[in-house]
Design a protein around this ligand. Structure first.
Ligand code: PLP
Length: 388
């Protein structure tokens, strides 16, 4: 059976070039980058070269980048670090209802500690009302955190405009750009962002490494206290091999981005057109244009998403549902529900997130096998009989 991977927003396969670049740092180059002797010099240089590579992808300076263990750590560090550093100035944070759990749960935690959090609504297209954002800002607001691209739907937020609003009102601005980096150009000098999170494994790099851009002059309380690593901002001996792999992945992302986006767009258009022609009662979620080139989140009426995924898995196809399993009970996706979808329709939604290695043949195979699977599942639904 052919294995087909349409779940790149969950993680991406590591590239051969990335793996090859990492190997020396898992074996012969084992020195501690903080050591001043021969064993550490090579690894120090490797870490700093990788930093340059990641900085180039974001167009920031090397003193503005902290390596972290993950996108999750970057989000935690940005939000908690800024909140703690500014708690004398104010206690109000603004975010959206559709953020990644790394942001949402960090905000929820801060709310327990006395911070106040505003969760902005999104409309049917998954987009924010910028007027609502403006009127949510109070003299006590210290941070706005809005994701660059949504991981479930691919919806893109107007980061530059939000950054302008934040700047005008003297509020710090963080964006979780984990899903956007490598898929849209990012230039932090043009975006008015103070903090920006990225992660290696969503970019064809290794797991367990990420980075946080911290604009010069922005003060954060460290999350991890320890040695003088990362300019005293994040203790812990560097994950050298991971960082090297991340750097290589960043080089490749910058080199291949334009070509890559064209490729992904072609695949996504074919997928969405093919489904629209062959399967009735479906809906693509998220704004038609303001969306990543690789993400199609599709609701299938009268179908249960999890069973659809199992049926696809039996055919070798890996995709994902919008819903997440929370302590045994299946909660509908907070993102789709925020966009006004019913719980039923949210449960009938599947995310196809495409990537580098996917081909037109794979899309055609999906378009071929999907209609009979959906039809069979619907034929068992009493509701469908009435709708036909
Ligand atoms: C995957 C993801 C994260 C978390 O990154 P990890 O490196 O897996 O911790 C954060 N935000 C978004 C939008 C993501 O897609």
């Amino acid at each position: 059976m052919n294995k087909i991977y349409f779940d790149h927003n969950a993680t991406t396969p590591i590239l051969g070039e990335v793996f090859d670049a990492m190997v020396p740092y898992l074996k012969d180059q084992w020195g501690n980058p903080s050591s001043i002797h021969w064993a550490g010099r090579g690894t120090r240089k490797a870490v700093e070269d990788a930093r340059e590579s990641v900085c180039k992808l974001l167009n920031c300076q090397s003193v503005e980048l902290i390596f972290t263990s993950s996108g999750t750590e970057g989000d935690n560090h940005a939000i908690k670090g800024l909140a703690y550093a500014n708690k004398n100035k104010g206690n109000h944070i603004i975010t959206t209802k559709v953020e990644h759990p790394a942001v949402l749960n960090t905000c929820k935690h801060l709310a327990k500690e006395g911070f106040e959090v505003t969760y902005l609504d999104v409309n049917q297209d998954g987009l924010l009302d910028l007027e609502a954002l403006k009127s949510a800002i109070t003299p006590k607001t210290i941070l706005i955190t809005v994701m660059f691209a949504n991981n479930e739907t691919g919806v893109l937020f107007p980061i530059q405009e939000i950054g302008e609003i934040a700047k005008e009102r003297g509020v710090a601005f963080h964006t979780d750009a984990v899903q956007a980096v490598g898929k849209v150009p990012i230039d932090v000098t043009k975006l008015n962002v103070d903090l920006l999170t990225i992660s290696g494994h969503k970019l064809y790099g290794p797991k367990g490494v990420g980075a946080l851009f911290v604009k010069r002059g922005v003060r954060l309380v460290p999350l991890i206290h320890g040695g003088h690593h990362e300019r005293n901002r994040r203790g812990g001996t560097e994950n050298v091999a991971g960082i090297v792999g991340f750097g290589k992945a960043a080089d490749i992302a910058l080199r291949d981005m334009d070509k890559e986006v064209e490729h992904l767009k072609g695949l996504k258009e074919r997928l969405e057109r093919g489904f629209a022609e062959k399967i009735p009662h479906i809906k693509v979620n998220g704004h038609p244009d303001k969306r990543l080139a690789n993400t199609s989140n599709i609701s299938f009426e009268f179908v249960e998403g999890e069973s659809l995924l199992l049926n696809l898995d039996m055919k070798g196809i890996a995709a994902s549902s919008g819903s997440a399993c929370t302590s045994g009970s299946l909660e509908p996706s907070h993102v789709l529900v925020s966009m006004g979808l019913s719980h039923e329709l949210s449960h009938g939604s599947v995310r196809f997130s495409l990537g580098k290695s996917n081909t037109m043949e794979e899309i055609d195979y999906l378009i071929e096998i999907m209609p009979p699977i959906v039809e069979r599942m619907r034929s068992m639904s009493p509701l469908y009989a009435g709708a036909k």
